[in-house]
Design a protein around this ligand. Structure first.
Ligand code: KIV
Ligand code: NA
Length: 263
């Protein structure tokens, strides 16, 4: 089977909605691979998998390690790997070096980076040199220290022109798609109509050309999820149930039984 390609994703603009989830491991990725058009190895893994307070501390090597696992576990979806904070902002050259390292070592199909107009030059530099880029605007978690937390964007209509300019800039610079994160619906709708590349929404309404969620959020593995997450499974309570049954069985010498013993 050939993987879904970057041009195939780009051509979905205005068509059948693009399905995406994050994944950080070979086993979950293999499941997601059956249903998603692309899988994002997001830097949210710093918070979700490694207990960090934000994504700012995520190192490049960690993204590469999880990226490799997801590529190994999949065969169909396009794999996109996040560039972590500090590996691309400084210059197009630094961004290219690190993006090339990610692509060579993981064999993923594209990278994603945060930022609109200010990253346009870098997006163009990478794209012209063979690295497909997914952009990410609106709420950009790597800038949470500047923004003063994780805040929904576009509540004040005065801010719309800046977000619209960001979307236009990344699209014209050659990004093949753009994530709109944490954005009021009318702004996400307006941007989706204004640009030629697919918008992938997270907390940005069904007006986008596709949707993405953090897998662990939609599986109910976190005790708390933001308003924009729909919880499709309750894996947290299921895991707790299984672990507590196991603990009881061990204490009562009810595990292992005949079935699990070598004679
Ligand atoms: O890191 C991540 O999971 C992301 C998605 C939420 C878009 O960037
Ligand atoms: Na991210």
């Amino acid at each position: 089977v050939r993987r879904i390609t970057v041009p195939q994703i780009a051509r979905r603009k205005g068509g059948e909605p693009i399905v995406s989830l994050t994944s950080y491991h070979a086993h979950t990725a293999a499941i997601v691979d059956k249903h998603a058009d692309f899988i994002l190895v997001g830097d949210s893994l710093g918070m979700v998998m490694h207990g960090m307070e934000s994504t700012v501390g995520v190192p490049l090597d960690l993204m590469i390690m999880h990226g490799k696992a997801v590529v190994r576990g999949t065969k169909r979806a396009l794999i996109v790997v996040d560039m972590p904070f500090g590996t691309y902002e400084e210059s197009p050259q630094v961004a290219f070096r690190n993006a090339a390292k990610i692509m060579k070592e993981t064999a993923c199909g594209a990278v994603k980076l945060e930022g609109g107009a200010r990253m346009a030059e870098t997006i163009r530099f990478l794209t012209e040199r063979g690295i497909p880029v997914m952009a990410h605007i609106g709420l950009t978690p790597q800038s949470s220290h500047v923004m003063g937390g994780f805040k929904t964007q576009g509540r004040d209509e005065d801010s719309w022109p800046l977000h619209e300019a960001d979307a236009k800039a990344v699209s014209e610079a050659g990004a093949f798609a753009v994530v709109l994160e944490g954005m009021v619906e009318p702004l996400a709708a307006k941007i989706t109509k204004q640009i030629d590349i697919p918008t992938i929404g997270i907390g940005a309404s069904a007006e986008c050309d596709g949707q993405i969620l953090v897998l662990e959020d939609m599986l109910g593995l976190n005790p708390w999820t933001p308003k924009f997450v729909k919880v499709y499974g309750q894996l947290g309570p299921m895991i707790e149930q299984a672990v507590s049954e196991y603990a009881e069985d061990v204490k009562n010498r009810a595990f292992p039984t005949e079935d699990e013993v070598y004679r």
